[in-house]
Design a protein around this ligand. Structure first.
Ligand code: ZN
Length: 391
């Protein structure tokens, strides 16, 4: 018995030491290889673009995955794309933080199975997250929600988690006196985090989630993904979830949904609709991107299209391609439906980090967008949409 006990410690202690060393060293290395930028900060835009940008009262981005990584978002880092200090430097008023809970290895835009090895399990273990998140998707989502609340609490009253219209009004009021006050909203990528149990929707809502995309990279209990196998529309469970989301006036996010799910949402959903981070087939034809038909119908429902910044959504041309997608969308459905949907920290390479928006404004001016249009796209539309739709 004694020998067994000795053997146990003999093996266990080195394994624990190696694990703790691993979770100290590996996560930043993994992240640095995943969330890159084409251009390193600091960024220098033209005087005109910089002045215009600094005058914007409300810059908002509909999508980032910063909560996925083992980074203290209250501290400025020189890797990844988003943290609170960089949002402040970048004159951002509101950042949506979206939660990823499962993602198949070798994720691609065409065909993924939910049975493939899950990268987020590896990340949860490798980053030393609590044991409760290792094999439970709803716990993973709740853990990331709590992270944002925890960071907000530690940020000297300068960060507001926006869950309601009154939170947003408070943010706007505080920003009139102090532009370093910033806000964040919580969303989820993929209804698989509900694990097929409608009660889990209440749990994530209670934790602050106000936006949900039915599917992410693979088909789940709610229905088919744009990159899955079935191509299915909403399942019975999916219909149940969106009906309850409608009661709570949650924002539904069609990014990553199969075409059939988007059709079902457009037919049956009675709450607010966005595509939080997407490109458009009109400028870049990918299975990830929205067709003209869907753009028109989302606009008819008063929805927003967040234009993403990564090559898989807009093409390889960088900032000019982002603006091309914005202008195409504006010409098709009206500027009041166009927004930012960077996908910062979403395992993508983007042109700049959260401090680089003046470069985007520079290109918007070059491509002949007028000041009112720039103001609307950079965040004015998100502000109006949330004031209309948050309870
Ligand atoms: Zn995504």
């Amino acid at each position: 018995m004694k020998i067994l006990k000795k053997m146990f410690y003999f093996f266990l202690i080195p394994i624990l030491v190696i694990y703790f060393l691993f979770i100290l060293i590996a996560p930043p290395l993994v992240e640095k290889s995943k969330n890159k930028v084409h251009l390193a900060p600091p960024y220098q835009a033209s005087d005109r673009a910089t002045a215009l940008f600094n005058n914007l009262d409300f810059v908002a981005d509909l999508h980032c995955d910063a909560l996925l990584w083992n980074r203290n978002l209250t501290k400025r880092k020189d890797y990844g794309h988003v943290d609170f200090p960089r949002l402040q430097t970048g004159n951002v008023a509101l950042q949506n933080f979206t939660i990823v809970t499962k993602s198949p290895k070798g994720q691609n835009f065409n065909r993924n199975s939910g049975d493939s090895f899950d990268m987020i399990t590896a990340l949860s273990i490798g980053q030393g997250q609590p044991l409760s998140t290792w094999f439970n998707l709803v716990n993973r989502a709740l853990y990331q929600c709590n992270k944002l609340h925890h960071f907000a609490d530690k940020y000297h009253d300068k960060f507001i988690v926006v869950k309601s219209k009154s939170d947003l009004l408070k943010l706007l009021e505080r920003r009139e006196l102090d532009k370093s006050v910033i806000g964040g909203m919580l969303g989820v990528e993929g209804g698989h985090c509900l694990e097929g149990d409608i009660k889990n929707l209440d749990k994530i809502y209670k934790a602050g989630v106000r936006m949900l995309g039915p599917t992410h990279f693979f088909d789940n209990e709610m229905g088919g993904s744009a990159h899955g196998i079935s191509g299915a529309g909403l399942s019975e469970f999916g219909m149940q979830v969106i009906s309850k989301m409608g009661d709570k006036k949650m924002i539904i996010d069609v990014a990553h949904s199969s075409e059939k799910i988007i059709d079902d949402i457009l037919r049956f959903y009675n709450g607010p609709i966005v595509s939080s981070h997407t490109g458009v087939k009109g400028t870049y034809n990918s299975s990830r991107n929205l067709s003209d038909n869907h753009l028109i119908k989302i606009a008819e429902k008063g929805g927003l299209i967040g234009i993403a910044f990564f090559p898989g959504a807009i093409g390889d041309g960088g900032i000019p391609d982002i603006v091309k997608a914005m202008i195409y969308t504006k010409n098709l459905i009206g500027v009041e439906h166009v927004a930012l949907g960077s996908d910062f920290d979403g395992s993508v390479t983007v042109p700049f980090d959260a401090t680089g928006y003046p470069l985007l404004v520079d290109e918007m001016l070059k491509q002949q967008l007028i000041i009112d249009e720039i103001t609307a796209i950079m965040g004015g539309n998100v502000k109006r949409f949330l004031l209309e739709n948050l309870l």
